[in-house]
Design a binder for this molecule. Structure first.
Ligand SMILES: Nc1nc2c(ncn2[C@@H]2O[C@H](COP(=O)(O)OP(=O)(O)OP(=O)(O)O)[C@@H](O)[C@H]2O)c(=O)[nH]1
Ligand SMILES: [Mg+2]
Length: 319
């Protein structure tokens, strides 16, 4: 029988138990006291180096991730990062239970399902107070505590929530396809913020040059860059362009390792802390809105005996 105790599970995960690791990640998704206990242990261990892949549905992220897994395992390093085991998280913020993604991703990454050096998991949120934008960083920490030095995170979509999830990565790859210049243009602000590497996947299709031109123009509008995101072309289905992609990922990891990773991690920590504070305050608001004092305050406001500002001050000052 596997333990239910977060501390025992942590010890088991650290010595290689995948069952323990899976249960810890379920705790992370579910929120509550177990999630808090897991976080207390997991954040005491350095986070793994994280490569995030994000992009519109169907861009080929899972196929690309699959090809990257093979190439990474063959090398055993990514720039300065050495690893024995590879953790992979698949995240679909638009679907609360990642139903479709689980099936699709599992099939796409089937070739690695039985490889002990790879751990693949679809992430959903079932109650974590901060949703996926906190559950994913927590899960990455758990992978770190379980001994993974490198993790890949596939996130479906290019909206604000996906950008939030993507910001948990150290190197973020934005995956596009030929002919999707306009769609990317519409999201350029968020994408420019997170993209360290652009990939035009499905380069076997027409329109690669136009998409490259669109992306270059988009990049020209931004900057100046200490690191200008390179634009690579891949055909994930035949693993074409994967070596160049790995070179680019390694180069970016080197770039960060050259004195920038600490600042990057500090910015991540600030985003996480802000998100936890915001989520806690929202929970407090919901709690207040269900209390008797709140009902009394409403009556007072309606009767003209107080105003919402004074009423809020009074409510918040109560223990
Ligand atoms: N022609 C072509 N098809 C590709 C390429 N890469 C992926 N595909 C196909 O595109 C489809 C979607 O691939 P996935 O890897 O599931 O894409 P995804 O971005 O992970 O999809 P979601 O997770 O659902 O957003 C599959 O049918 C792939 O076989 C490519 O380079 N060329
Ligand atoms: Mg996918």
């Amino acid at each position: 029988m596997i333990s239910r105790d977060p501390d025992e599970l942590m010890d088991a995960a650290a010595t290689g138990s995948r069952t323990a690791l899976a249960r810890l990640l379920t705790y992370v998704e579910s929120g509550g006291p177990n999630q808090r206990a897991v976080a207390a242990r997991a954040y005491a261990v350095p986070a793994p180096y994280v490569v995030g892949l994000t992009g519109p549905p169907g861009a080929g992220k899972s196929t690309l991730t699959d090809a990257l897994i093979s190439a990474l395992l063959a090398r055993g390093d990514l720039g300065p990062v050495r690893f024995d085991e590879l953790g992979v998280l698949c995240v679909d913020p638009s679907s609360p239970f990642s139903g479709g993604a689980i099936l699709g991703d599992r099939i796409r990454m089937q070739s690695h399902a039985t490889n002990d050096a790879v751990f693949i998991r679809s992430m959903a949120t079932r109650g974590h107070l901060g949703g996926l934008s906190l559950a994913v960083p927590d899960a990455l920490r758990v992978l770190g505590a379980a001994g993974f030095a490198l993790a890949l995170v596939e996130t479906v979509g290019v909206g604000q929530m996906e950008v939030d999830v993507a910001s948990a990565a150290d190197t973020t790859v934005v995956v596009t396809n030929p002919g999707w210049g306009d769609a990317m243009q519409a999201n350029k602000a968020g994408l420019l913020e997170v993209a360290d590497v652009f990939v035009i996947n499905k380069a076997d299709r027409a329109g690669v040059a136009e998409t490259r031109r669109d992306l270059e123009q988009m990049l020209d509008l931004g900057g100046p860059y200490e690191w200008r995101p390179p634009i690579l072309e891949t055909i994930a289905t035949s693993a074409t362009g994967i070596d160049s992609l790995l070179e680019a990922l390694g180069a970016h990891a080197d770039f960060l390792a050259d004195g920038r990773l600490e600042g990057h991690r500090r910015a991540q920590a600030a985003r996480e802390l802000d998100a936890v504070i915001a989520a806690s305050l929202r929970a407090r608001v919901r709690e207040l809105a269900h209390g008797e004092a709140y009902e009394r305050a409403l009556e007072e406001i309606v009767a003209g005996r107080t105003d919402p500002y004074r009423a809020a001050e009074t409510l918040l000052s109560e223990p």
